[in-house]
Design a binder for this molecule. Structure first.
Ligand SMILES: [Zn+2]
Length: 239
């Protein structure tokens, strides 16, 4: 997990920057407001405005030095100064959903014997799913978490970030919440920790709301048993 501009400046969704490498249909930018995807969160969408027009940004690929290629919707090869513009509505929805999965995750961890996550996927239809290692859980009790989710939204808890060494992160049960995938450390060997103040701390490289109260209300839509161990909880944003 690299350190992205959007980690430090999640509110900056439009940025004037410079093309530093290009091939037909793709560019590397000196600085970029885009989140390239990862950890179950879908990559940003948006556009690049340049002299003579604009091109949609349709995907990302790793490039050298922790940067990434911005894949363009046309075979354009912009050069020089460009305006990089993130699709704000899509980013906001992803950020809300992602924050919602942390709130759900915190409640499951606390109320269901520190259960770990086995998978997560955010979708572009205002829903997300999380899989938990929960062999014994009662599905009605899981469904009843909905009231707690919305109580935590109403409490408007702030989110903040710290960076800790990988060894420290792995030593504390639950700080790396996912059973299968630990976020890789940055070049400095540090892991990014997101804290919902007063509720939860865990390693994560995605984008989150500044406080839980900025989320629309959350619904628990469905709970499925996936094999003997895994429970899949689907949540959605209301409205
Ligand atoms: Zn996160």
């Amino acid at each position: 997990m690299g350190r992205y501009f959007c980690h430090e400046h999640p509110e900056v969704l439009s940025l004037e920057t410079r093309v530093i490498d290009a091939r037909p249909g793709a560019v590397v930018l000196e600085q970029t407001p885009f989140y390239p995807g990862g950890g179950g969160q879908l990559a940003d969408r948006g556009i690049l405005r340049c002299k003579g027009g604009e091109a949609s940004v349709t995907g990302f690929e790793p490039a050298a030095d922790g940067r990434f290629w911005h894949l363009l919707g046309a075979a354009a090869e912009p050069t020089g100064t460009v305006q990089a513009v993130v699709d704000a509505e899509f980013r906001t929805m992803m950020t809300e959903l992602h924050t919602g999965t942390h709130i759900l995750n915190a409640l499951v961890f606390q109320q269901f014997d520190r259960a770990l996550v086995t998978g997560a996927q955010l979708n572009d239809d205002r829903t997300a799913r999380m899989d938990f290692d929960l062999p014994e859980a009662d599905n009605d009790k899981l469904r009843a978490l909905e009231a707690g989710l919305n109580d935590l939204v109403r409490q408007d808890l702030p989110l903040r970030y710290t960076y800790v060494p990988l060894g420290e992160a792995t030593a504390q049960h639950g700080l790396i919440r996912s059973r299968s995938v630990a976020p890789p450390p940055g070049d400095d060997g540090l892991i990014r920790i997101v804290e919902i103040v007063g509720l939860d701390r865990q390693a994560c490289g995605g984008t989150h709301l500044a406080s839980t109260g900025r989320s629309r209300p959350l619904r628990i839509l469905k709970i499925d048993n996936k094999g003997r161990h895994n429970r899949r909880i689907r949540i959605g944003l209301q409205g």
